[in-house]
Write a protein that binds this ligand. Structure first.
Ligand code: 5AD
Ligand code: SF4
Length: 464
């Protein structure tokens, strides 16, 4: 690598918002003439885009920074940048624990990255703001995929779930104008993108700060009209704000995928109350029923926290029975982690690690059974798959996703990344299925899935 051409290495921790922010940081550096490299050893700038949602994220960052110290000792001109949520929360701690870091920037000032890097030649440049200066979508982006794009529809969160640090580090909710989102998606599609994932902490309140009423269903309908856009995904709706108009838009818009991630967090009303989630188990399950009734073959996934302060065995049992009733296709399960700036951290009766671990394992075992059952229902049926590329575990095979977001591995026939193909499912595992490519034109899942999936339409247990 020539010494003249500056290079950057970027490592992202955490959620899709962070992945998208990293694309913005990469885009800004590339427009300043930096080239991307895959190893810190080859980089003139190393960036860590951090997450702070659970405590182990902190530990990971400081572990990584420790390795960078050794590299910086051998190459003092190396610039180390820490950005993102943990930087927003911990600017001073980073300065104290890793004084060799050159640039710290938070979640509200991504746009300052090139300036801070320039300033850092004269000494550490740390800048944290309390409010977003420039909506990140206005910044250049270096997309990680030619066929998929993250599209930010809002930033921040106005909720106050007691376990969650996001409002403290991402600020109040700000929605982007509908016309700007549609224009971005049109230009992405013109650039070859076939699938977008709309990002917001609470997509269903999208627009409330613009004209007083949520406009998420209007946005879905507007994007569905973009010619050439094959798939629209979004993450995440908050169950309390997820209403019939959004379900109708999901059902009626051909491009909107038959998958919804509906974070439950707990199945116990008393626990949900302590979490300040503003819904009950029964109102949550009512929404699950509404989705299943309106969207045949829909996949429903969730997030669940185990071991919230004061969680009793009876409350945990309510979570297990919620999982049984909802029949999730997949659940992301987390052990409660106390976070600074959250009110749950001050609640009494934090649970011993062994109790949380034992419940966590019971929950995973239960959900694995449902995940496998849901994948088994796909056996013998055909599905549209968007080809993602070689499988990570076995590069001789390809991977893709169905519209329901199921991971499919299949024998590669040179399938082009980003192309839509049809596969028949021939084997089911808990976290993926095996498929074989089927000749002929691909099918549109909304119009011609080969069979209505037993148990995934109105015939599921949750719907009675
Ligand atoms: N401890 C454990 N899990 C958490 N999550 C958010 N905050 C915490 C916490 N303090 C989980 C929630 C959320 C997901 C992104 O992370 O389930 O939906
Ligand atoms: Fe956190 Fe709740 Fe906002 Fe989601 S809705 S980001 S869990 S505060």
């Amino acid at each position: 690598m020539s010494v003249q051409s500056p290079t950057y290495y970027i490592r992202t921790f955490g959620c899709q918002m962070n992945a998208h922010d990293s694309e913005r940081m990469a885009g800004m550096l590339e427009s300043e003439g930096y080239a991307r490299v895959e190893q810190p050893d080859d980089a003139s700038v190393v960036l860590f885009n951090t997450c702070c949602i659970r405590e182990n994220a902190d530990q990971k960052l400081y572990g990584n920074l420790g390795h960078m110290k050794a590299l910086k000792d051998t190459r003092p001109d190396l610039r180390i940048v820490v950005g993102g949520c943990l930087a927003q929360k911990d600017k001073d701690v980073i300065q104290r624990r890793a004084p060799y870091v050159d640039v710290v920037l938070g979640t509200h000032n991504l746009a300052s990255l090139p300036r801070l890097l320039r300033e850092s030649t004269a000494g550490p440049a740390f800048e944290i703001l309390e409010q977003t200066e420039v909506f990140p979508s206005a910044l250049p982006s270096r997309r990680m995929s030619s066929w998929h794009a993250w599209v930010s529809i809002s930033i921040g969160c106005n909720n106050s779930c007691t376990f969650c640090i996001v409002p403290a580090v991402r600020g109040r909710e700000v929605s982007r104008r509908l016309g700007d989102i549609v224009a971005e998606v049109e230009s992405l599609v013109a650039d070859g993108v076939v699938e977008v994932t709309l990002l917001g902490q609470n997509v269903n309140s999208y627009g409330r700060d613009l004209d007083g009423t949520p406009m998420f269903s209007k946005l879905l309908r507007a994007l569905d009209r973009v010619v050439g856009l094959e798939r629209i995904r979004f993450t995440s709706p908050h169950p309390k704000d997820f209403r019939a108009d959004s379900v109708a838009a999901m059902a009626e818009c051909a491009a909107v995928c038959e998958h919804i991630h509906l974070p439950a967090q707990s199945g116990s009303d008393s626990c949900l109350k302590r979490m300040k989630r503003a819904y009950t188990r029964s109102s949550y399950l009512e929404k699950v029923r509404m989705v299943r009734a309106a969207i045949p073959g829909v996949a429903i996934t969730t997030d669940i926290i185990v071991g919230f302060p004061g969680e009793t065995e009876a409350e945990f049992q309510d979570t297990l029975t919620l999982v049984e009733e909802a029949r999730y296709d997949q659940a992301f399960t987390f052990q409660y982690s106390p976070r600074p700036m959250t009110s749950a951290a001050d609640l009494p009766d934090h649970l011993p690690k062994e109790v949380v671990q034992e419940r966590f394992e019971r929950l995973i075992a239960l959900q694995n059974g449902f995940s496998l059952e849901s994948n088994r229902r796909m056996l013998g049926n055909t599905f549209e798959v968007l080809v993602e590329g070689p499988s990570k575990k076995d590069p001789s095979r390809a991977s893709g996703r169905t519209r329901t977001n199921k991971l499919v591995h299949f024998l590669d026939d040179g399938a082009t990344q980003g192309s839509l193909r049809t596969i028949r499912v021939i084997a089911a595992r808990p976290h993926h299925v095996e498929g074989e490519l089927v000749d002929g034109p691909r099918r549109d899942a909304k119009r011609s899935m080969s069979l209505p999936l037993v148990g995934a339409g109105t015939a599921c247990d949750a719907c009675g």
